[in-house]
Ligand binder design. Sequence first.
Ligand SMILES: C[S@@+](CC[C@H](N)C(=O)[O-])C[C@H]1O[C@@H](n2cnc3c(N)ncnc32)[C@H](O)[C@@H]1O
Length: 180
Amino acid sequence: VSASILLINPKYPHNVGATVRAASSFGADEVWFTGDRVSLTGGRKTARLPREERMRAYRDVDLRHVDPHVRWSSWAVKDNLTPVAVELTPTAEQLPDFEHPENALYVFGPEDGGLDRVTKMQCHRHVLIPTRHCLNLGAAVNVVLYDRLVKARETGEIEIKPSYEVLDEDRRLLDELGLV
Ligand SMILES: C[S@@+](CC[C@H](N)C(=O)[O-])C[C@H]1O[C@@H](n2cnc3c(N)ncnc32)[C@H](O)[C@@H]1O
């Protein structure tokens, strides 16, 4: 059982950073992103990830830039991942009713446009979060991963740790980062 995230051509590094943080927090293994607007190393015309998200705290997440020539959908299928388009699409399933695939690749669109038609066609499932307005990209990632967590608990796939253990782990991480 695994969750991975693909961001299509994200515009803002802070949203890639927020996604990595969400992935680490909720136990998703991988964050892939396409496009040339954000880079891991910085460079001309690209924006580097915020310092916090480059820190070793999130080393449990495999963050990868995906070459535009790589066909991510065949890659996903080879890895046995079901691509799920997360987008405000009229025919999409609603998140509260959504049964998450065992091994999911959640695909999100850019802040300034949303998912293109071809990407949507490459996805096997489509889900929308019934909000009054479109959410910030990083927020949308958090909502989907939280929904997955709650449902995995309901079906007995995972157990949620007692609160004191959750706090201990958080404190250990802050300690490691020198933030306390
Ligand atoms: C800020 S939104 C894109 C902008 C939006 N399509 C527009 O032009 O108004 C960035 C991405 O977040 C995700 N997203 C945000 N709110 C969502 C919602 N309510 N349901 C599903 N996806 C959402 C989608 O993947 C979307 O492509």
